[in-house]
Write a protein that binds this ligand. Structure first.
Ligand SMILES: C[S@@+](CC[C@H](N)C(=O)[O-])C[C@H]1O[C@@H](n2cnc3c(N)ncnc32)[C@H](O)[C@@H]1O
Length: 249
């Protein structure tokens, strides 16, 4: 998307992929080599930032759960200020900017300010983790529907459409579900998914430190508790396809 404007600067919302720099798009790599300012998240791996040109201004804008280095409004104001000064600004986000990445809010604020904005897609965590685990997210015999959901909530109680999530022959991928894994598993079982349905937690997917813990809806929370402390982003995958994973991690 781009908007007409009198300003000479421009903002690119760029997906950095799930961690492994090799998974960056060519367009993302090219823009990193051109940008004047790069605002990046915690989930963007150091190997990705090495592609920035010398002299670039790198600004870390957060964020870890409940630990925001810069508020969303401040990030947006900074992008607008830099673009108005004529800069090429890259807002670099883990995964894809439009999947649980607040890309929509940023597009709206930039458009309102008359700043030209473009989005460069990235490989979302679900695709990156599934690829590394050789885990088919859909499968002719097992899952005709794929749902990407968030476990994030303000008060620890995810507000989700449990009935829709608990239909048969689906794969569910929960972003930000690690902290509420017990609750997610409880709710899914209470709403009708079988306790012995396969489920796994993939931590640091696509990185050398990747790890996959596999169990069922009933057993996974206990297996994960035993494996703690687990450091890094984690994705919960639920569905019969989990049993088909053939990858090492
Ligand atoms: C705020 S969301 C951002 C999602 C991102 N925009 C995407 O498309 O992947 C952050 C969540 O993505 C998931 N995630 C991101 N990178 C991951 C990785 N390398 N391995 C496992 N999960 C990851 C985790 O659930 C993490 O809590």
């Amino acid at each position: 998307m781009s908007t007409a404007s009198h300003v000479s600067g421009r903002v690119y919302l760029v997906g950095a992929g799930p961690g492994d720099p090799e998974l960056l798009t060519l367009r993302a790599a090219r823009l990193l080599g051109r940008a004047d300012t790069v605002l990046h998240d915690r989930l963007v791996g150091p190997g990705v930032l090495e592609l920035c040109r010398p002299g670039v201004e790198l600004i870390f804008v957060g964020k870890r759960r409940a630990e925001h280095h810069m508020r969303q409004a401040e990030i947006q104001a900074l992008m607008i200020e830099r673009a108005r000064a004529g800069q090429v600004v890259v807002r670099l986000k883990g995964g894809d900017p439009l999947v649980f990445g607040r890309g929509g809010e940023e597009i709206e604020s930039l458009a309102l300010a008359g700043i030209p904005v473009e989005v460069v897609p990235g490989i979302t965590a679900a695709a990156g983790c599934a690829a590394q685990s050789l885990l088919p997210l859909t499968h002719r015999d097992l899952a005709q529907t794929l749902i990407l959901a968030t476990g994030h909530s303000q008060d620890g109680e995810p507000q989700l459409d449990w009935q829709a999530l608990c239909r048969p022959r689906q794969t569910l991928v929960f972003y930000m579900g690690h902290a509420v894994l017990d609750r997610l598993a409880d709710r899914l079982i209470a709403h009708g998914l079988p306790p012995d349905l396969e489920a796994c937690l993939i931590i640091n997917g696509t990185l050398p430190t990747a790890r996959r813990i596999t169990g069922t809806l009933a057993t996974l929370p206990g297996l994960v508790r035993e494996a703690e402390p687990l450091d890094g982003p984690a994705l919960l995958v639920v569905g019969a396809v989990v049993g088909r994973a053939r990858g090492p991690a």
